[in-house]
Design a protein around this ligand. Structure first.
Ligand code: ADP
Ligand code: MG
Length: 423
């Protein structure tokens, strides 16, 4: 009998072994009896070629166990009242038609709705990276296979945050990943398959209806983008907005606050807003989105405090569709777009610096380094619930980007947030 790699078992990380393949260089995973020296030896070998027939039999058992475990329910994101950390999820999208036509193979395997394994790679460089970084096995709060529905992603990642926002707490969800990895699909979705933004608002209205019939809750939406270090209103495009700090935190002066009454109008509004996003053709992907889009949902309501005075409370939910995380080097260096790439990287770099500073428990967090991090100041490490969804492609042609995304997401798990108290 064989046991599958356990999420917290570091030994499991060691047990991904290269089997068979010869010139094919396929990496597969050994089923691993705990503390078996045999499996350790095989794992350490990590040699290309030299397939061991014995391993293939174990591989078949492994496949069977994987199928069983894949039927298990995903772990849900609970609100971290009392303070804790960022919750990190990974979503694998289905293989695109174009990727299939280019002969790509799946290089990601998700096991037990938690563990992500990088399996197959495209070339020798990828193999060397894999070997050097030891980054083959990652564990997240939940990892979504390519069959996961929009509703499942919403329920697991964001539903609890919507509940918390109704109690006056802030929450934020952001999608991170390379261009084409599925960020906009996850956040906005399509008319047939609406994403997290739309499902969150729908759920918000349902919950408001359930808990009060007196029109106590007021919902305001704003949708903005950060493009090339300028902030623009997506609901009423025009001049760039200036960021100011007031007692509520950093605000974009003059930003449209749209009062929302129903879900139907919101979908149309967001589609239009997304249409207003800055998209430029690049060599990586012709319609790649080069901007970060932030939807902010403000829920305002009145409650009586201990002295029976009526007080206003506000909960804020920020839903963020980040620009592609691929390196600027992958785009054309000599044009404007390389500057743009540098600015996108500046924002993402600033985001990484903030994450690193938060992980290391530093006193000074460099939020001021970019517009994006200024806007996310109360959504990262502050008194809020933060969820990150890392989007990845299954294709071995995107191996490098996928590995980068997974490493980054793995690092984000370490962020501790302050105690989450009601405002
Ligand atoms: P990104 O915003 O990260 O650049 P997109 O969300 O635009 O990527 O996704 C790229 C393409 O893949 C789009 O055509 C999108 O519809 C499709 N896609 C992404 N994720 C999924 C998914 N989970 N299921 C089906 N199609 C998807
Ligand atoms: Mg996009």
């Amino acid at each position: 009998t064989y046991v599958l790699p356990q999420p917290q078992n570091h030994e499991a990380k060691e047990n991904a072994a290269v089997i068979g393949g010869g010139g094919d260089r396929i990496v597969s995973f050994s089923a691993c009896p705990k503390k078996s020296t045999a499996s350790k030896t095989v794992a350490r070998k990590l040699s290309m070629g030299n397939s061991a027939p014995q391993m293939e039999t174990k591989g078949a058992d492994f496949q069977k166990n994987v199928q069983e475990l894949e039927k298990l329910e995903p772990v849900s994101a609970k609100p971290r009242i009392g303070g804790s950390r960022i919750f990190v999820f990974v979503r694998l999208r289905p293989m695109a038609k174009k990727e299939k036509e280019m002969g790509s193979r799946c290089c990601v395997r998700i096991v037990n709705r938690r563990d992500v394994y990088l399996t197959e790679f495209a070339n020798e460089n990828d193999y060397l990276r894999l070997k050097r970084l030891r980054g083959r096995h990652f564990t997240f709060d939940s990892s979504f296979p390519d069959t996961t529905t929009q509703q499942e992603v919403y329920s697991t990642t964001t539903a609890e945050l919507v509940e918390a926002v109704l109690q006056g707490r802030n929450g934020s969800v952001f999608c991170y990943g390379a261009t084409g990895a599925g960020k906009t699909y996850t956040m906005l979705g399509t008319l047939e398959n609406p994403g997290v933004m739309v499902l969150a608002i729908k759920d918000l209205f349902t919950k408001i209806r359930q808990r009060s019939c007196d029109g106590n809750h007021v919902v305001h939406l704003s949708y903005l983008e950060v493009y090339n270090e300028t902030v623009r209103d997506l609901l009423s495009p025009g001049r760039p907005l200036v960021l100011r700090e007031d007692k509520q935190g950093i605000v974009a002066a003059g930003l449209t606050q749209y009062r929302a009454y129903s879900t139907d109008e919101v979908m149309a509004l967001l589609q239009q807003g997304n249409h207003n996003r800055t998209t430029e053709p690049t060599r990586v992907n012709e319609t790649s989105s080069r901007s970060h889009a932030i939807l902010q949902v403000l829920v305002e309501y009145r409650v009586k405090d201990e002295a029976m005075n009526v007080v206003n409370r506000v909960g804020k939910l920020s839903l963020i569709d980040l620009a592609g995380s691929e390196r600027a080097l992958a785009t054309d260096q000599r044009t404007l777009r390389s500057l743009e790439g540098a600015n996108i990287n500046r924002s993402l770099l600033a985001l990484s610096s903030c994450i690193n500073a938060l992980v290391e428990g530093k006193k000074h967090i460099p939020y001021r380094n970019s517009k994006l991090t200024q806007l996310l100041k109360d959504s990262l490490g502050g008194a809020c619930n933060t969820v990150m969804i890392a989007n990845i492609s299954p294709s071995n042609l995107s191996f490098g980007e996928t590995q980068n995304t997974l490493h980054w997401a793995d690092r984000a798990k370490e962020i501790r947030t302050k105690a989450c108290e009601a405002n």
